[in-house]
Design a binder for this molecule. Structure first.
Ligand SMILES: [Zn+2]
Ligand SMILES: [Zn+2]
Length: 336
């Protein structure tokens, strides 16, 4: 919808509604170069539908009068419209432009800074965590070895199945696992954010003929609504199964034969125990799993000592005084 703008009489200063061609106070005619504006102190007055006009006035090149777009000849001097030099130039209020323009590049620029900062941070973290090679000198050695000792015995055990050779003593129904099942629904009230229209932002666009177009932009606000929802409530339902209690003959770890040293002559503990026993009896013992670790003591270029683990083949050929390289992190002294 269009509303009436105003012009200001240059003789008496009266603000005159644009549908009047003469000043309502002193009778002077609207000047040729009159500018139309909205006056916030005056009420908004809508243009009758049949008078609505969205086209700017044209300016007579002979007498500089403003003529409505629909006029074929100048209403003042009769000159043909074709000789017109142009139409009323709408001067947009400057305020809006000043508000918008300097802000946008700033936002873009700050986002750019943030991206650059994140990129640098990633590079820095990559640099920090990149393995570095340090040099050190071997000053000593360490080793340890162990042999697990197992004994053949009657073992009391339980399981969900009966293993071969087991002597079942009892069984019972027991909870083996749980299953999540739907128990019921619970009604809950939730606060839900909702965007709703809250009137309009109204602005007026100068049409260059004394009329202004009313531009309505809907405004929004956030309101919170209470909403009832049904939420499922689950419970854990036990699943039963048969558990067996039984005796079974087994080799079980009962001891560990441990040796260690700070030289390069590792030894296994001396033992007469066999590594395998045919048709064992209760109380028989045997050697089982063997474990071994070999370390070199290294003094780094800062004078700190640390231990680096090696496999045996490499370790036995190292010598005190050997320069070795090891990998670590930039912020740490510990070998990787
Ligand atoms: Zn006047
Ligand atoms: Zn004219």
């Amino acid at each position: 919808m269009n509303v009436w703008g105003y012009w200001k009489c240059p003789y008496c200063g009266e603000v005159v509604r644009a549908d009047h061609k003469d000043c309502t106070k002193c009778g002077a005619s609207v000047p040729n170069d009159a500018e139309f504006f909205m006056d916030p102190t005056k009420p908004i007055e809508y243009v009758d539908k049949e008078l609505e006009n969205d086209e700017a006035n044209w300016l007579c090149s002979f007498c500089r009068s403003q003529n409505p777009a629909q006029a074929e000849v100048c209403e003042n001097c009769g000159a043909l419209r074709e000789t017109a030099k142009g139409v009323y130039e709408v001067k947009e209020p400057k305020k809006e432009r000043e508000h918008e323009k300097p802000n946008k590049p700033k936002k873009k620029r700050s986002r750019l800074y943030l991206m650059a900062f994140l990129a640098l941070l990633l590079l820095f973290i990559g640099w920090l965590y990149k393995p570095v090679t340090r040099e050190g000198e071997i000053t000593g050695f360490e080793w340890d070895r162990s042999i697990t000792v197992e004994e053949y015995m009657k073992s009391r055990e339980s399981d969900w199945y009966v293993p071969n050779g087991a002597e079942v003593l009892s069984s019972s129904r027991e909870i083996r696992s749980y299953r999540r099942v739907l128990d019921h629904y619970e009604t809950k009230t939730k606060k839900v954010a909702k965007r709703v229209q809250d009137g309009y932002d109204i602005s007026y666009k100068n049409l260059g003929n004394g009329q202004f177009k009313e531009v309505k932009k809907p405004k929004y606000k956030t309101v919170y609504e209470k909403k009832t929802v049904k939420e499922p409530v689950y419970r854990q339902e036990p699943i039963y199964d048969t558990k067996y209690y039984f005796n079974i003959d087994r080799w079980k770890a009962v001891d560990s034969l441990f040796t260690s040293g700070d030289d390069q002559n590792p030894k296994w503990a001396e033992t007469d125990l066999p590594t395998s026993v045919e048709s064992p009896k209760y109380g028989d013992k045997r050697q089982a799993e063997r474990k071994e670790t070999y370390r070199a003591i290294i003094k780094d270029d800062k004078g700190n000592e640390k231990k680096v683990e090696y496999d045996y083949e490499k370790w036995k050929n190292l010598k005190v005084g050997d320069k070795i390289e090891y990998k670590t992190r930039r912020f740490s002294d510990d070998p990787l």
